[in-house]
Design a protein around this ligand. Sequence first.
Ligand code: CP
Ligand code: NVA
Length: 298
Amino acid sequence: MKHLLSLEALPASDMVEILAMTQKIKAERGHHAELPLKGQCWGLIFSKSSTRTRVSFEVGIRELGGDALFLSAHDIQLGRGEPIKDTARVMGRMIHGAVIRTFAQQDVEDFAAYGNIPTINALTDAEHPCQILADLFTIQEKLGTYEGKTVTFIGDGACNVPVSWIWAASKLNFKLRIAAPVPFQPSKEILAKAGPNITVTDDIAAAADGADVLYTDVWVSMGMEKETEYRLAQLAGYQINTELLKKAAPGALAMHCLPAYRGKEITDEVLEAHAETIFTEAENRLHAQKAILAWLVK
Ligand code: CP
Ligand code: NVA
């Protein structure tokens, strides 16, 4: 039984295979020769808000011949305290696969362990693996390859998105620089496992210098709203703007997983100037996740 629970646990060869499948699936959109989810019903169990992930999974599952059941965690008994392992054991007898967005990484691990059905991490506090697979594909499309490139992440360097970037860079051939104030840098435990492709600094200009991609994410991740004031003060300055882009390599991409908060982690000017890349990046969630689904049931 295959799952996609984290990039930390996903071997490089599987990442490469999923990226190759993404290319084929994107090219074949609208005329898929195979419908790998035919006759299947997948459940989407979400404890946090979502636009891109929810829509891309619902559409993707249907395009691969399956049916999708969206379940807000607030509407099912999970929201009233039913344990994740019981939810998994019930749903595992009814549905064919699960896509879970929640807080604790342990919850997706437990669902996979007890549900006995393919399980996908659609974002936890620890990781956002589907996002980074789609982002790698976008870099491949826009720059020809991610190999040998330098990706600079700017902002909250300790949240799910940069952490998934770390695991990707630890296994694939590209450099990752993280520019974040010290309280928002990845933990020592993670960095100890990260390897030589990853560097961390609080010097945003040095991190941007000659980079092929400048990438950012929200300053206040879901679940962190109580820290909003502190985060806005600490992260002010860790912004992708036109001045910073001038330090990057000529033709560098500006990327954002979205949703974007203009004037915070990215300026309106940069977002609009790089809208083609950023919204292709969002679209590629659909193609990459269809590849993940097809890969899981292969
Ligand atoms: N990037 C991303 O996961 O977006 P949503 O929160 O809208 O799903
Ligand atoms: N780090 C963000 C990602 C949103 C897609 C969050 O967890 O809210």
